[in-house]
Design a protein around this ligand. Structure first.
Ligand code: IVH
Length: 685
């Protein structure tokens, strides 16, 4: 409600003391929980509880309009539209960055700084560097006066930007007030849209018949420059802060210190920002980010490396618009536009048909991409892409390339081909396909379909399943093609002699492969249940079923009601598991695997027994030698239990590298923290 709409009498009446006190309390609580959620990514309360607090404040403010202050958490709805964007002059220019594209270029940058300082007679300092993700969004300046957000502006040309306060105020990641702030504080950072938010937004727009955005950066930039804040409010923007511009009233000696201060005062600073002490560390960090890039939910196009010491920054100065004290390590771009040649279909291990794109080859994210996934037919329909369209292809990090959407102008063409639909016959075995009432996939109903069998075999040997070293997609294809392997049990009957006759195997690799196949007989029972390919049984459910039934015979004899007693299994799923286990083909496979000596029972003591019985563990961070699955299995085999979040009931937190907030919580609650060595000791070495 706008203030002028409130009845005059109500506006003029001062709010009673109790209402004012409650409003203040609600402000504080909402600020606190917003901070936990948006800045620390560690909420203390659920969304519903947060909304209840906000509703209470809204009601209170409706009754007492005088309680509405500009920093009230209710004031994120955005005010009236503005008629144009006013120009803003940046008192301290917003700089840009020079680029480095390789380790030698990065080292050359450090050498340039050293020689500059040498010429200035400053000697040869030990640099401390701060490495930050280079977020692909748009640079923003936030001005706080006496702790209140008074202005938000775009970078513009670095000297003059535009006032976009009305839109920035709608963003939950931007605090409207900073407690304990100095007189004047200008915070700088990047406004962006996360990949998941971007996908959701484009989906909604496509459904509404609106044009889609080319990439998250365009979507973010377009949104920030809207005149009507109600529009911005509907578009999910976030911000990472990476610097301080003007500041009166506090002094920092380093950039690192400034970032910590920002984070402590409620501004969102990326948790992976690192303080580094040598060029080697910087190069390693940049390469690590490049690897991790595809795993992030936001686009980064590089790493920004800054000299931390502010006095050194001042001495180094700028060349043109680029500071000497900072550099952007740029990654190769990850999205490109290319032509979609065709849409084809692949059959999955449960007969589900998956569409994929055949593309005009395009160089993106450092590799040439010719094929890209299109997920499933619903997704395909939503994206509304047709052969002949120009499409946007995304390839980042290790992830499979995917088609994001048609290029913006593609959908406007009048000569587009008709929308694609799933094939009427299985592309592998030609059986007529069916579309079940439930689920998003059209299916090949033929259990013996070769395409399906091949996928099942690939799954069986894969990492989380039986994890057979030396057998991957290619090798499985060759073995299946030569008729050496028809079902998973056939792997265990292979001999080194048979393998040496095949292309790609020497004596040593053949022997090694046979050995690793043999070793996989001993994989934990839960992994086997995952590996044999039961629909809906992932690795966690596989492990839970193993824990509950302990032997394959007990599981095969169980009815749906018993299966439903397994943690994480609902009635529908229990029925589906039961049905698949009763299938003749599945019974044969199990018998055959038993015959070749694969482990079919859980090792270790029954529940409630074993050295770690009744003990609850939580794992966090990367352990030096154990994978998470291995640690979980070992703890389970000793009678312990692994859960996902730390509470008062947790007995041990096992912490590896980059442990995150679970470690803080464990320390707060007084939970014993172990490293891998400590865990091994508990397990008895
Ligand atoms: S610092 C040193 N830090 O990159 C002053 N910029 O190419 C320059 N950017 O306009 C800004 N992440 O839009 C800085 N962690 C980060 C950044 C970052 C993204 C953008 C920003 C800037 C552009 C410069």
């Amino acid at each position: 409600m706008s203030r002028s709409a409130a009845p005059k009498a109500a506006r003029d009446r001062a709010a009673p003391k109790a209402a004012r006190a409650r409003a203040r309390q609600l402000h504080d609580q909402l600020h606190h929980h917003g901070y936990r959620y948006y800045v620390l990514d560690d909420p203390e309360i659920g969304d519903d509880d947060y909304d209840a607090l906000l509703d209470e404040l809204r009601a209170l403010e409706a009754d007492h309009p005088r309680l509405v202050t500009p920093d009230s958490p209710t004031q994120r709805i955005g005010g009236e539209p503005v008629s144009s964007l006013t120009k803003v002059t940046h008192e301290i220019p917003m700089l840009s960055l020079a680029n480095a594209r390789s380790a030698p270029e990065l080292r050359a940058w450090v050498a340039r700084m050293r020689s500059h300082l040498d010429r200035e007679g400053i000697g040869d300092p030990d640099f401390e560097f701060v490495a930050e993700p280079k977020i692909d969004g748009l640079a923003i300046s936030l001005l706080y006066v006496d702790g209140m957000l008074v202005r938000g502006a775009t970078r513009g040309n670095g000297e003059v930007g535009e006032d976009v306060t009305h839109n920035l105020r709608t963003m939950p990641t931007i605090p409207l007030r900073i407690a304990g702030a100095p007189k004047v504080l200008e915070v700088r950072g990047e406004v962006y849209m996360s990949l998941s938010d971007f996908a959701g937004l484009n989906e909604r727009r496509a459904e509404a018949g609106l044009s889609t955005f080319m990439n998250p950066r365009n979507a973010a930039a377009g949104t920030v420059r809207q005149l009507d804040p109600r529009l911005a409010k509907q578009r999910p923007l976030s911000m990472w802060c990476y610097g301080i511009g003007r500041v009166d009233g506090v002094r920092f000696s380093s950039h690192w210190e400034g970032l910590q201060w920002l984070r402590e005062h409620g501004l969102r600073v990326n948790a992976d920002v690192k303080l580094l002490h040598s060029e080697d560390e910087v190069v390693a960090q940049c390469e690590a980010w490049q690897q991790r890039r595809g795993a992030l939910d936001f686009e980064i196009d590089g790493v920004v490396v800054k000299v931390s010491d502010l006095e050194l920054q001042r001495r180094l100065g700028t060349v043109g618009r680029d500071p000497r004290w900072a550099i952007a390590w740029k990654f190769p771009p990850t999205t490109k536009v290319t032509t979609l040649r065709d849409i084809m279909w692949n059959v999955g291990k449960f007969g589900d048909l998956h569409p994929f794109a055949v593309l005009e080859p395009v160089h993106v994210g450092g590799v040439t991409v010719k094929l890209a996934t299109l997920h499933n037919e619903e997704d395909l329909a939503r994206k509304d892409i047709r052969p002949g369209d120009e499409v946007i292809v995304l390839r980042a990090g290790d992830v499979i390339p995917q088609v994001l959407s048609p290029a913006p102008h593609a959908v406007e063409r009048s000569d587009r081909s008709s929308p694609p639909s799933p094939p009427e016959r299985c592309p592998s075995c030609d059986t007529p396909t069916v579309k079940p009432a439930e689920g998003v996939f059209t299916k090949c109903p033929n259990r013996l379909c070769q395409g399906r069998q091949w996928q099942l075999l690939k799954h069986f040997v894969s990492r989380g399943a039986m994890d057979i070293d030396g057998l991957g997609e290619k090798q499985v294809a060759v073995l299946a093609h030569h008729g050496l392997v028809r079902t998973a049990a056939d792997f265990y009957r292979l001999t080194a002699e048979q393998l040496t006759e095949l292309e790609g195997y020497g004596e040593i690799s053949a022997t090694r492969t046979v050995q690793s196949i043999a070793a996989s007989r001993e994989r934990p029972f839960g992994r086997l249940l995952f590996a044999i390919g039961l629909e809906e049984v992932g690795s966690v459910t596989g492990r839970n079923l193993a824990e509950r039934f302990r032997t394959i015979d007990a599981l095969l004899a169980a009815g749906a009601e018993e299966i439903e007693q397994t943690s994480g299994v609902g009635p529908k799923m229990a029925g589906r598991i039961r049905e698949q286990l009763a299938d003749e083909g599945m019974r044969e496979l199990v018998a055959d695997l038993r015959a070749v000596g694969v482990r079919m029972a859980l090792e270790g003591p029954p529940p409630g027994e074993g050295p770690l019985a009744g003990t609850t563990f939580v794992l966090t961070g990367a352990l030096p030698t154990f994978s998470r699955e291995e640690a979980t299995e070992r703890i389970g085999a000793a009678g312990g239990r692994v859960t996902s979040s730390v509470s008062k009931k947790t007995d041990y937190l096992v912490a590896g590298d980059s442990p995150g907030t679970k470690l803080e919580k464990a320390e707060r609650l007084g939970v014993t923290v172990l490293d891998e060595a400590g865990l091994l000791e508990l397990l008895g070495g």
